[in-house]
Design a binder for this molecule. Structure first.
Ligand SMILES: [Zn+2]
Length: 358
């Protein structure tokens, strides 16, 4: 017992000095900016933002008892006193504030390695991350995109300084390493510690699942585009349009029909084995309609309904509709097409106007 007590006493009496170099702090901030930029460009959509988190930097400063930073007078004279630690940490905080207050100089190391050595005085250099994103120019799956491109001239950064808080706009070209065709250029707006994606030279692309019927792919695509641009209500509207148009097409529906009527008639076309535990298209239609009537731009609803729709069509691949209403067919005389594959069902053309309505 005595031994343990002695060890504890010794540990309290001689705390281990923590030396925090300014270069370490700068590196930590740069890594955080680079990490948040990667999140913004890989996973966020137009007009969304990310914020730089300084928790790790502040925690490190809080532990500092030694540093290579020059403490300005008069605190410098108190270096050997009890206040020295406070003065040291204050100086480190001021250093970080000054660093963040400068223009951030985003540097490409991929295409033009020499650019990493160009450091404008007073700027805070940040090395750009490599991204894994869709490419509009080729079919590769999430090919790596390097910052910059061969022959790139000076990086373009515009600083608007007339306002309360300085705003920096940066053009960031990224080059697909799979096809090496025209680079994709992002426009990022920096306001203090916030980074916002405000532009891109090529449309944001995404995968439309291959089992979505070709006739309704455009509505699905429009829903995704609207959603990714932050127009959630428009996204919900396109999802509902997609369900409605799909049901009308396979039912050969004419004239006015409510979502419930369409949903009930459509349910009769489903294979008997089609799992009942999943929400029906009628159910999805009803949930989305409710949000539209209330003008509720519910992000969770969009995400859930989109997933439900995708799951429905994925199941149709293995359990195709048992019958469809073809041209000139009355809904009461549905001919069973048990052997029909999902792809055949998806190829049903728009019927003529002579067909009876449901
Ligand atoms: Zn490509």
């Amino acid at each position: 017992m005595t031994t343990i007590r002695t060890r504890r006493t010794q540990s309290r009496q001689a705390p281990k000095p923590v030396r925090v170099e300014v270069a370490t702090l700068a590196k930590l901030i740069e890594q955080e900016i680079s990490k948040k930029l990667l999140e913004l460009l890989e996973r966020k959509h137009l007009y969304q933002t990310v914020a730089i988190d300084l928790t790790a930097v502040n925690n490190l400063i809080h532990t500092a008892t030694e540093s290579d930073i020059k403490i300005p007078p008069p605190a410098a004279g108190l270096l050997m006193h009890l206040t020295s630690r406070v003065a040291l940490q204050k100086a480190l905080r001021e250093y970080v504030e000054d660093l963040l207050d400068r223009d951030w100089q985003f540097e490409s190391t991929g295409a033009e390695p020499h650019r990493a050595h160009i450091k404008k005085q007073g700027n805070f250099p940040v090395t750009l991350p490599t991204l894994k994103i869709h490419c509009n120019k080729c079919d590769s799956i999430l090919p790596p995109h390097n910052p910059g491109y061969p022959g790139q001239s000076e990086p373009i950064s515009i600083v608007l300084e007339e306002w309360k808080q300085s705003v920096q706009l940066v053009l960031l070209p990224y080059h697909c390493q799979s096809c090496k065709l025209e680079p994709l250029v992002f426009v990022v707006k920096r306001t203090g510690l916030k980074l916002q994606l405000v532009g891109r030279s090529q449309f944001e692309s995404f995968d439309v699942p291959k089992f979505i019927p070709k006739e309704e792919r455009e509505h699905y695509s429009d829903a995704m585009i609207a959603f990714q641009a932050g127009r959630v209500l428009a996204g919900l509207f396109f999802l509902r349009t997609m369900i409605e148009q799909y049901m009308r097409r396979v039912l050969n529906a004419k004239g006015r029909m409510t979502g419930d009527e369409l949903g009930d008639a459509y349910a009769k076309l489903l294979d008997d084995e089609f799992p009942k535990r999943f929400i029906s298209l009628k159910g999805i239609y009803s949930q989305v309609s409710e949000k539209l009537h209330a003008a509720d731009a519910d992000v969770n609803q969009f995400t859930a309904s989109r997933e439900d729709i995708v799951r429905h069509f994925e199941l149709l691949k293995t359990l195709p509709l048992k019958s469809i209403v073809a041209e000139n067919q009355s809904p009461v005389a549905l001919s069973p097409l048990l052997s029909q594959s999902a792809s055949q069902i998806q190829d049903v053309s728009t019927p003529d106007t002579s067909s009876k309505r449901l």
